[in-house]
Design a protein around this ligand. Structure first.
Ligand SMILES: NC(=O)c1ccc[n+]([C@@H]2O[C@H](COP(=O)([O-])OP(=O)(O)OC[C@H]3O[C@@H](n4cnc5c(N)ncnc54)[C@H](OP(=O)(O)O)[C@@H]3O)[C@@H](O)[C@H]2O)c1
Length: 319
C-alpha cells in the first residue's frame, strides 16, 4: 500500500474534471478534492436540486468558496437522451475535458428499466457511462490532461468478481438476480475500461495518439448512500438496520474511499491500470495498483460488450 492521499493530488488550475454522481458519496468527496486543487468540476448528476445542495455544502465547508469552480449540470445516466443533451451542453461551454470520472452507480436494486428499456444496473452503471465517454471523446481528445494525458477513470467494485457475462441475456429478461446484475455491471465497467485502453493503444500504434488514458479503480468498502439505497429499495426494514451497522463497522470514510479514483485521475499511473485500496483484503486503505480478476481481461468478452454497447446506445467511438 502506498501512503498516497488526497493531499498528493497536484494543482489542477485550468483543468476541467467531469464527475458523474457528484452529489453523493465518492463523487461528492472527489468533487471536493478536485475543486480544492483549483479544478473546475462539472457535477454531472441526475438531480440538479440534489447537486445544487451538494455544491452549496461543499462551498460552505470550504468557508464560502471552493478554490475551483463547481458547475452543476443534469446528466441522468438512465436516459441516453439526457446523456446526449449533457454532452451537447458541455461542448457549447467547454473546449476540453481533462478528466472524466465515470463514478455514478446503483447497487443491487430490484429489477427496473432505464428510459431506453435497459435493465437499470447495466444501463446506468455501464451503458450510460459508455455513451457518455463516447459523446465526450472529442473534448477528451482536445485536452492537455494530467501529465500530458487526459484520464478516463471508471469506478468498478470488488463485486466484479461475482459478475458473469451472458451475452444472450445482458438485459436480464430471462432471469434476474440483483447482486448478480450488480456484479455483471461492475465487470462490464472493467471490460470497457481495458478495451478502451486497447483501442487507444491501437490508435497510438497507427500514429494517431489521442493522448487519453483509461484507468479503472474501486473504492473498497466505503460508507456511502449506495448501501442505504439498496436497503431502501429492498423494502426490508431489517436490511436498512443491517446495512447501517455494516457500514459503521466495516465501511471506511468516503474521504479515503475516494483515493483510488483520485489516484487514477492524477497520479503517475499507466493506462489500463486497476487502482484499489491497498489495505485489508483491498477493502480499505490508501491506493495501490493491483489486478482485477481474469474475466475482466477477457478480450473476446470485451469486444462483444463493446459491439453490443455501440449498437445499444448508438454511440460510436473514433477508436
Ligand atoms: N461505497 C462502496 O463501498 C462502493 C464499493 C464498490 C464500488 N462502489 C462504486 O462507487 C460508485 C459511487 O457510489 P457511492 O458509494 O458513492 O454511492 P452513492 O453515495 O449512492 O452515490 C452514487 C451516485 O450515483 C448517482 N446515480 C445513481 N443513479 C444515477 C443515474 N441514473 N444517473 C446519474 N447518476 C446516478 C447517485 O445520484 P442520486 O444521489 O441522485 O441517487 C449518486 O450521486 C458506484 O459506481 C459504486 O458502484 C462503491
Amino acid at each position: 500500500m502506498t501512503e498516497w492521499t488526497a493531499e498528493d493530488v497536484p494543482r489542477l488550475d485550468g483543468k476541467t474534471v467531469v464527475v458523474t454522481g457528484a452529489n453523493s458519496g465518492l463523487g461528492y468527496e472527489g468533487t471536493r478534492a478536485f475543486a480544492a486543487r483549483g479544478a473546475t468540476v462539472v457535477m454531472a448528476c441526475r438531480s440538479v436540486e440534489r447537486a445544487e445542495e451538494a455544491a452549496s455544502e461543499l462551498r460552505a465547508d470550504a468557508g464560502g468558496a471552493v478554490d475551483g469552480e463547481l458547475d452543476v449540470r443534469e446528466c441522468d445516466l438512465a436516459s441516453l437522451d439526457s446523456v446526449a443533451a449533457f454532452a451537447e451542453g458541455l461542448r457549447d461551454d467547454y473546449d476540453a475535458v481533462d478528466v472524466l470520472c465515470n463514478n455514478a452507480g446503483v447497487m443491487a436494486i430490484p429489477r427496473s428499466e432505464t428510459e431506453d428499456g435497459f435493465e437499470t444496473q447495466f444501463g446506468v452503471n455501464h451503458l450510460g457511462h459508455f455513451a457518455l465517454t463516447g459523446r465526450l471523446f472529442d473534448l477528451l481528445d482536445a485536452a492537455d490532461g494530467i501529465d500530458g494525458d487526459t484520464r478516463v477513470v471508471t469506478q468498478s467494485s470488488g463485486a466484479h468478481e461475482q459478475g458473469e457475462m451472458d451475452f444472450d441475456d445482458l438485459n436480464w429478461e430471462r432471469s434476474y438476480g440483483k447482486w448478480q446484475a450488480y456484479g455483471r455491471s461492475k465487470l462490464s465497467n472493467l471490460l470497457f475500461a481495458y478495451e478502451l485502453q486497447r483501442r487507444l493503444d491501437a490508435a497510438s500504434d497507427e500514429g494517431d495518439d489521442p493522448g487519453i488514458r483509461s484507468v479503472a479503480c474501486h473504492p473498497g468498502y466505503t460508507d456511502t448512500n449506495l448501501q442505504m439505497r439498496t436497503a431502501a429499495e429492498s423494502g426490508n426494514p431489517l436490511m436498512k438496520v443491517g446495512m447501517r451497522a455494516a457500514n459503521l463497522v466495516l465501511g471506511q470514510d468516503a474521504a479515503i474511499g475516494v483515493e483510488p479514483m483520485l489516484y487514477a485521475a492524477t497520479a503517475d499511473v499507466d493506462g489500463g491500470a486497476y487502482v484499489e485500496p491497498g489495505g485489508l483484503m483491498n477493502m480499505r486503505g490508501h491506493p495501490t495498483v493491483g489486478r482485477s480478476n481474469d474475466a475482466s481481461y477477457d478480450r473476446e468478452d470485451a469486444r462483444k460488450l463493446w459491439e453490443y454497447s455501440t449498437e445499444a446506445t448508438g454511440v460510436e467511438f473514433p477508436v
